[in-house]
Design a protein around this ligand. Structure first.
Ligand code: PGA
Length: 255
């Protein structure tokens, strides 16, 4: 079973959220986990609509505070998210790392509080173009994952496996229309999978970066790819439905 998560970034109004859910009232996740992650002011509407339509598409926040409460202007706490019916959160999206000073350590702290309170955490990792060109992919990924593994070590294996998901998104493929080749994705996922295994974790790993209905079928058939984190192509209901169809249709036609 795979995961389809839409990252809505700073897009949409309440009206857009309502019509998205109304258009997808009949969607059938067929055992897959479907999510969308709207901005904070839209979470309440999204949770209400999701519940109204039978919770087939769960709601994630795009970030969460590393404390339950306190002097942290501009943050949203786990307590507040749970009250709304949010199921989980993205953590350390590359835009948080790039524009809002998220570090590997602060991201791990956010993950900790999410795991403690039963939230699903989609933890984003990935190298930028310069790092890839300089052959630093492996070092960058290790540095991103090590603080996370330290945090995860304090939880039971079952909790980690159930609640923690990685999303590998090469930064150079986000919003650019450039997708990594299937060979690059396979090699990256394989490397990440092995790092996790070495640390004693068996985690689902999503791919993200210019995923669309035209390429998700092929991407989701790559070994160690357990679904996708999708930005632009997750915004419209029709495209979201098409993305899900890529996960539900048989991957290879019988020969
Ligand atoms: P994109 O964004 O699908 O528009 O490239 C992915 C993301 O930022 O998670």
């Amino acid at each position: 079973m795979a995961i389809l998560a839409g990252n809505w970034k700073l897009y949409k109004t309440r009206k857009d959220v309502e019509s998205f859910f109304d258009s997808l009232a009949d969607i059938d996740p067929a055992g897959h986990e479907c999510y969308v992650a709207p901005s904070p002011s839209l979470l309440e509407t999204a949770c209400r609509k999701s519940q109204e339509k039978g919770n087939k598409i769960g709601i994630l926040s795009q970030n969460l505070a590393y404390k339950l409460e306190g002097a942290l202007t501009g943050e949203t706490s786990v307590k507040q998210l749970l009250e709304l019916g949010v199921k989980g959160s993205l953590v350390a999206h590359s835009e948080r790392r790039q524009f809002f000073g998220e570090t590997n350590e602060s991201a791990a702290e956010r993950c900790k509080i999410g795991l403690e309170h039963g939230l699903k955490i989609l933890f984003c990792i990935g190298e930028n173009l310069e790092e890839r060109k300089q052959g630093r992919f492996e070092k960058v990924i290790e540095a991103q994952l090590n603080p996370l593994f330290k945090v995860a070590d304090a939880f039971s294996k079952e909790t980690v496996q159930k609640q923690l998901v990685l999303a590998y998104e090469p930064v150079w493929a986000i919003g650019t229309g450039v997708t990594a080749t299937n060979e690059e994705i396979a090699a990256s996922h394989d490397f990440i999978y092995k790092l996790c295994s070495k640390a004693g974790f068996d985690l689902s790993i999503l791919y993200g970066g210019s995923v669309k209905p035209e390429n998700l079928g092929a991407i989701s058939s790559i070994p160690r790819v357990n679904g996708a984190l999708v930005g632009g192509a997750s915004l419209e209901a029709k495209s979201y439905r098409d993305l899900l169809a890529c996960l539900t249709r048989p991957l290879r036609s019988p020969t």
